[in-house]
Ligand binder design. Structure first.
Ligand code: SF4
Ligand code: SF4
Length: 410
């Protein structure tokens, strides 16, 4: 697409990136067919092509309005359009640039700014989030049903094996996951321990920064990235093989540290190193399939599972098929699921900020997931898990917990 950047963006690092991406878009519209918001709203301006056009106008000097901001806000950042696009348009990077410019120029009202600040602070701090969660769980029984469905009951983690193997990997504990589902990382640690890998957490690491990033707070997200890099690098230098992610939403963020910190002379190289060492737990276990096979449950569990691949895994990290293969190898029967490529509507804070669209996508997704009459739904990201569980009549679990239970019974 021919683009003539306006003066403030011409020959700037962000302007150059935006121009390169815009030139790749040939306006073909293939991406409309797989965009969840276009599917739900049917408005071209709520499609990738429409949003690209809006951002192009702004970069060429048009003044963005609250309506421009609304169409960009409604994007789930699911990156389904990137998977579909035949021209390799890096829509996610363009959206980051477009959202920042629009945020600076349009701003937000007091109430909206306060909500976004509260989400950033509350969800990004494990201490604050866990205190609020415990409070909510304490009075959960007295709550009306719609509120109760948003607060999961208290869960406990199973045992986390003490480090005992020469092979070691790091794990990101995350911000909301340890409070909501403490067993997920413990289950990953048990699975890895059985095949000769000890999983350890670096105490100084914290939230990956994705929440702040998606709420356009660049400084806070980069500060989180730098803190995690400082926490993990000494462990990698001492022999830890990888930084393991059990939440694909965090994984896609940490794999992007190298790109996000490319202009920081003190951190650019370190960030590239951390991103290169970062693996989703499915990548680690797919590479250890032979070792896992020796722990296969016999007879196989035969439990019927519907698997929902998070967008951050299939579109953001371009990882598809490993989880299904690992679950099938462990003896689970996977039910067919239509529209696997579509977002469930969770998308970080999206389900809170855009509840109508998120709710419509959740209903649509749960319909497809339950069509094969599964006993359970499995997924790979804490956001999708809690979002789907809030309306699902059957349990929604992280797939690594299911693998752990199957191995424990072998
Ligand atoms: S599919 Fe790619 S090239 Fe075609 S309109 Fe969408 S982003 Fe542009
Ligand atoms: S990221 Fe997802 S919601 Fe946003 S334009 Fe692309 S496909 Fe649509």
């Amino acid at each position: 697409m021919q683009t003539t950047l306006a003066e403030p963006y011409r020959n700037t690092p962000e302007g150059d990136v935006a121009e390169r991406i815009l030139r790749n878009c040939v306006h073909c519209g293939f991406c409309l067919a797989t965009c969840p918001t276009y599917q739900i709203l049917g408005n071209e301006l709520d499609s990738p092509r429409g949003r690209i056009y809006l951002m192009k106008q702004v970069l060429e000097g048009a003044s963005p309005t609250a309506k421009t901001q609304l169409h960009l806000d409604r994007c789930l950042t699911c990156r389904n359009c990137e998977t579909t696009c035949p021209s390799g348009v890096e829509y996610g990077k363009l959206l980051d640039i477009g959202r920042h410019i629009v945020e600076d120029k349009v701003g937000r009202g007091i109430a909206e700014s306060a909500t976004r600040a509260a989400l950033k602070t509350g969800l990004g701090s494990p201490m604050l989030f866990n205190s609020a969660l415990k409070l909510g769980q304490g009075v959960r029984g007295l709550m009306p049903r719609f509120l109760k469905s948003r607060i999961p009951p208290t869960e406990t983690a199973g045992a986390w094996p003490a480090p005992r193997h020469p092979r070691r990997m790091l794990v990101l504990q995350g911000c909301v996951q340890p409070g909501l589902k403490p067993n997920i990382n413990a289950a990953a640690a048990r699975v890895l321990d059985r095949i000769g890998i000890s999983l350890v957490a670096a105490d100084e690491a914290g939230c990956c920064g994705a929440l702040a990033h998606h709420l356009n707070d660049t400084e806070a997200s980069l500060a989180a990235a730098r803190r995690n890099i400082d926490a993990w690098l000494p462990h990698l230098e001492a022999g830890a093989e990888a930084v393991v992610m059990t939440a694909s939403g965090c994984g896609v963020m940490v794999k992007d540290y190298g790109w996000l910190l490319r202009h920081d002379p003190a951190y650019a190289d370190k960030a590239v190193r951390i991103s290169a060492a970062t693996r989703d737990i499915s990548e680690i276990l797919a590479a250890e399939r032979d070792a896992l096979a020796t722990h296969r449950r016999s007879p196989p569990t035969q439990k019927r599972i519907a698997y929902h691949p998070p967008c951050t895994l299939q579109h953001g990290q371009k990882l598809g098929g490993d989880v299904e293969a690992l679950l099938a190898q462990a003896g689970f029967a996977l039910t067919p699921v239509a529209e696997k490529h579509l977002c469930c509507g969770s998308a970080g804070t999206y389900s809170i900020l855009q509840p109508e669209i998120a709710g419509a996508l959740k209903t649509r997704k749960l319909g497809h997931l339950q069509a094969g009459a599964p006993e359970m739904i499995a997924t790979a990201n804490i956001g999708c898990l809690t979002h789907l569980q809030s309306a699902s009549p059957i349990p929604v679990r992280h797939w690594v917990e299911l693998l752990d239970e199957a191995m424990a019974a072998s």
